[in-house]
Design a protein around this ligand. Sequence first.
Ligand SMILES: Cc1cc2nc3c(=O)[nH]c(=O)nc-3n(C[C@H](O)[C@H](O)[C@H](O)COP(=O)(O)OP(=O)(O)OC[C@H]3O[C@@H](n4cnc5c(N)ncnc54)[C@H](O)[C@@H]3O)c2cc1C
Length: 275
Amino acid sequence: MRRSTLHSLLVERASDLGVTFKWSARVTGFDRRGAFVNGAYTKCKWLVGADGQDSSVGRWAKLSSKGPKFSRFGFSRHYAVSPWTDLVEVHWGPGCQMFVTPTADDEVCVALLSHDPGLRIDRSLAHFPAVARRLKGAHALTAELGSVTALGRARGVVNGNIALVGDASLTVDGISGLGLTLAFQQAVLVAEAFAREDMAYYQAAHRKISAAPCRMTRLLLLMDQSEWVRRKVLRLFARKPAMFSRMMSAHLAQTMRETLDTTEMLGLGWQVLRA
Ligand SMILES: Cc1cc2nc3c(=O)[nH]c(=O)nc-3n(C[C@H](O)[C@H](O)[C@H](O)COP(=O)(O)OP(=O)(O)OC[C@H]3O[C@@H](n4cnc5c(N)ncnc54)[C@H](O)[C@@H]3O)c2cc1C
């Protein structure tokens, strides 16, 4: 499904449920009782900061983390080319990864993650000859957009009637592919907390759903940092596809019961060492 179609469906559903959208509005200030939206004060019972990594709501509510984050640089661009697979491909290069996501019948999205702020998709294609061959002659449909991608969390996600959701509350490096999933899960949980009038519920549930994705992201970043670990892990998964499937379903698990616990992670570490 095209991103624009999904977007329209979500907006339609939210409008049916009574949500009012103020597109391109700027929030310039807020307090516990409301926010200035395009200069006009709008009262609220709850205030949710869903304003991204550098959340001003988080800073104001004293929820932002002061510690350093582990950050990298991400770039993405869409190309007019028929997808060659219905899977998301992750290609591993020296100190960088390239992802290819089929986004429509005639379009793919290519994303690059690296530690080098100067590396761009075109130059990095030298590390990914298989992708370069597929993209040969394809014209870019969008500009190359860049952003910092980090692994880090706010020091808390609730302060009184204020809650943080999405990257404002927790960012997982783009390599996990879980940023949006977590944001949607958090949105559902914060709504449940409103219904219960109990923000401690959101704080606890947020902690619970974040643990496994953070663990998995650290593992993936270890593969980025060590060629030795990367080779061992990929060799193990190539030899044991069932184990790879188990890891993938744990990674994408919708319930905590399906995720890998610490013992299983240690077991995996042991198998990697032996691979
Ligand atoms: C290169 C890269 C690849 C990624 N790949 C994936 C992937 O494959 N899958 C995945 O799930 N995630 C991926 N992510 C992560 C994903 O993009 C984020 O997790 C997601 O965008 C977080 O959504 P958000 O709404 O919390 O924050 P954002 O997307 O940052 O949105 C915050 C919004 O708040 C607005 N805002 C901020 N301040 C104000 C203000 N004062 N007034 C009005 N508006 C304001 C901003 O303009 C912005 O639109 C990737 C990230 C990067 C960088």
